[in-house]
Design a protein around this ligand. Structure first.
Ligand SMILES: [Zn+2]
Length: 61
């Protein structure tokens, strides 16, 4: 049991899917990917609108 977040659910064509046992682990993995691959900054990722989008795309698995 854990959580997943597919990058393509955030409007990209990227095949990356972040996984995590906990919500904190998932968001850490997703944030690392977003910064390394897509060039996002912490500031952009902590934007309330971005946070809402991310939360809506998180699924349990
Ligand atoms: Zn991606």
């Amino acid at each position: 049991m854990g959580f997943r977040l597919a990058c393509k659910d955030l409007g990209t064509t990227c095949p990356f899917v972040a996984h995590g046992e906990t919500m904190a682990e998932l968001t850490a993995n997703a944030a690392k990917h977003a910064k390394e691959v897509h060039g996002y900054t912490d500031e952009q990722l902590s934007d309330p609108k971005m946070q809402e989008k991310i939360k809506a795309a998180i699924k349990e698995e």
